[in-house]
Design a protein around this ligand. Sequence first.
Ligand code: NAP
Length: 254
Amino acid sequence: MATAGTDRRILVTGASTGIGEKTVRRLADQGYRVVAAARRRERLEALAQAHSSVEAYPLDITSDEDVAALAEHLSSTGGLDGVVNNAGGALGLDRVEDGDVDGWRWMYELNVLGTLRVTKAMLPLLRAAEGGDIVVVTSTAAYEPYEGGAGYTGVKHAERMLSTTLRQEIVGEPIRIIEVAPGAVATEEFSLTRFSGDAERAKKVYEGYQPLHGEDVAESIEWALGRPEHVNVDLMVVRPRDQASSSKIAKKGA
Ligand code: NAP
C-alpha cells in the first residue's frame, strides 16, 4: 500500500459541497490524486479546474448502474487506494409518532445503502491494489439519540455498524476501516436539505456558538489517512468545543 503524499488515488463521495468538497481540496493539496463524485457535474468540474489532480466523476450512489460504471472506470484507469464514503444527509426533525416513512426511506437509501453499494464496489479495487483505506463519515448521531432525530440517528447507527462489522470481517487484509464521526458542522446545504429549503430554520442550527467548519472534518480525514499503514484510526469523534452532545449545545443567549 502506498502511503500519504505518494500519489495515492482516493475516491470521495458527496464531493460537490460541504465536508466532501473540503476533503477533496485538502487531499489534493496534500499530493493525493482525487476522484470527486456526486450528482452535480458542474460543481465537480469546477473542483477539477481548480486542482489538476482532481477528476470529476458525476454519479448517483443510489444507482447500481452508476456505481458499477464507476468501479469499471477506476479499474481501467489505474485502480484505487482509498474511498471516503461521505455522501449522506438528514431529512426532517420529526418525532417518531410523526415520522415520514418516505423521508426515512430516503435517508436509508442514501446513507446506508449508498455506503454499502460504494464500499462493496470499491473493495475488489483495494484488494487489487494490495491495500487501501475505507473511510466512513458517520456522525455523533451514530452514538446518541436526540428528540426528533430517530430517522437520522437510525441510519448513522447503521452506517457505523457497517464499518465496525466490515473491520471484523476483513481483519488480516491490508485494508483500514476508518470512521469519522463529526458533531455539528456548518456546511451550506446540510440543514437546508434537512429542513426542505427553509433557510431561516437552517441558519438557526448554527447560531449562538461556533460550529465546526467543513475544513475541520477534512483535516481529520486527511490526518487519519496519513498515519503509517500499520496504524488504523478506528474512530474519530470530532465536535465543536461548545457541543457536549447532539442535544446539549452551549448557545449564547439561550
Ligand atoms: P451536504 O453539504 O448536504 O453535502 C452532501 C453531499 O452528498 C453533496 O455533495 C451531495 O451532492 C451528495 N449527495 C447527496 N445525495 C447523493 C447521491 N444520491 N449520490 C451522490 N452524492 C449525493 O452534507 P455535509 O454537511 O457535507 O455532510 C457530509 C456527510 O457528513 C454526510 O454523510 C452527513 O450525514 C455527515 N455529517 C454532517 C454533519 C453536519 O453537521 N453537516 C455532522 C455530522 C455528520 P449532490 O447533490 O451534487 O449529489
